[in-house]
Design a protein around this ligand. Structure first.
Ligand code: NAD
Length: 336
């Protein structure tokens, strides 16, 4: 199991650290640790981490994790003294997460959850570091909308269906992580992150909340895929970050569902976005496309009990923060 850090600050590696979740995680971790953010900008952005470059406890490595890397030999990491101190924690977040991005980067998604994850697990072995794997409810496959799912539900996935790229990649990833745990006694944790939203999501991400906000800010129709009465749950990014750090520091190896247990009708989300943006948009409802995730809900009893965690951000506040962020993005206002 993981060694204790012998220096004043831990060395933490965040693989996929320039993405939506990873950049918020780097912001949090750098308060108390030395953070190595590794990313190849496949779907992440330099702008998510620009403000961290002045911090001497933060270093960025532009690298594709599908190729193994010797961190000790990187001159930019000299001050992290990796040859003496090693790495204590690894967060593995590197995957295109939205259906749009994992369809565009289908093979890359499969490879990073196998080859890339294996390289990160090898680093965890070498340094006796703890490793968290960010998985997804996609592993549960197709479940009826509105149902709540517990971690022990064994899903089923059509391996040739449009969502299989992501679901099968995450299922393989979970099995790989679990077997490093069993075979090498590695301290690993698996979290299944349900719909998360907040600042640093990409404008072109394609998921429901940024798409609706974009349309509202442009006074265009809000196109909702699903019916007004359909139910969803949405976890604000700062709540997710607390859960990820809590998982790393805790003893539960998972899998752990991380989600909000507040549920909202699609119509409530769309109405709230129109209200907060003072938009003149109208809402239209359309059939969901086969690539879109089913809207089942998470049972988060395990997260509450094992981490002492529960989400605290109200939808209004989370949406306001996301709207403020997206409104300030170049290219948000589009010509009619
Ligand atoms: P994201 O696309 O914003 O971040 C992923 C990051 O990984 C990007 O910065 C990307 O450039 C990087 N990356 C991809 N391939 C890489 C490679 N080969 N080498 C190095 N870096 C690479 O996605 P996100 O929303 O921040 O998701 C982070 C993780 O959480 C993913 O594993 C995703 O599956 C999981 N997750 C997220 C959500 C959510 O709602 N955001 C839900 C479920 C699971």
């Amino acid at each position: 199991m993981a060694d204790q850090a012998i220096f004043d600050k831990k060395n933490i590696l965040v693989v996929g650290g320039a993405g939506f979740v990873g950049s918020h995680l780097c912001d949090e971790l750098v308060k108390e640790a030395k953070v190595i953010c590794l990313d190849n900008f496949l779907t992440g952005s330099e702008s998510n981490i620009t403000h961290l470059h002045q911090n001497s406890s933060f270093e960025f490595i532009n690298h594709d994790i599908n190729t193994s890397i010797e961190l000790e030999t990187r001159p930019e990491l000299r001050d992290f003294k990796i040859e003496f101190q090693g790495i204590q924690e690894i967060y593995f977040l590197a995957t295109p997460g939205s259906p749009k991005f994992y369809s565009d980067y289908s093979v890359e998604t499969m490879m990073v959850n196998s080859l890339g994850l294996n390289n990160a697990l090898q680093m965890a072995l070498k340094y006796k570091a703890k490793l968290i794997y960010a998985s997804s409810p996609a592993v549960y496959g197709d479940i009826e909308d509105g149902q709540r799912v517990k971690e022990d539900y064994v899903g089923s996935v059509d391996q040739l269906g449009p969502r299989a790229i992501y679901s099968e990649a995450k299922r393989f990833g979970e099995t790989l992580v679990n077997n490093y745990r069993l075979k090498f006694d590695l301290d690993t944790k698996i979290v299944r992150i349900f719909n998360c939203y907040g600042p640093n999501m990409k404008l072109e991400d394609g998921r429901m909340i940024p798409e609706l906000i974009k349309s509202a800010l442009n006074n265009r129709d809000l196109v909702v895929f699903g019916q007004a009465e359909d139910i969803g749950s949405y976890l604000y990014i700062s709540d997710l970050i607390q859960a990820l750090v809590g998982t790393m520091n805790g003893s539960e190896s998972g899998p752990i569902n991380l989600a909000s247990d507040a549920k909202y009708k699609f119509s409530e989300i769309a109405d709230k976005i129109i209200e907060l943006t003072e938009s003149r948009s109208v809402i239209t409802y359309h059939d969901r496309e086969s690539i879109m995730a089913p809207q089942f809900l998470a049972d988060i009893t395990l997260a509450k009990e094992s981490l002492g965690w529960f989400p605290i951000t109200l939808l209004d506040q989370g949406l306001k923060n996301t709207i403020d962020y997206l409104s300030a993005q170049k290219g948000i206002l589009q010509p009619k």
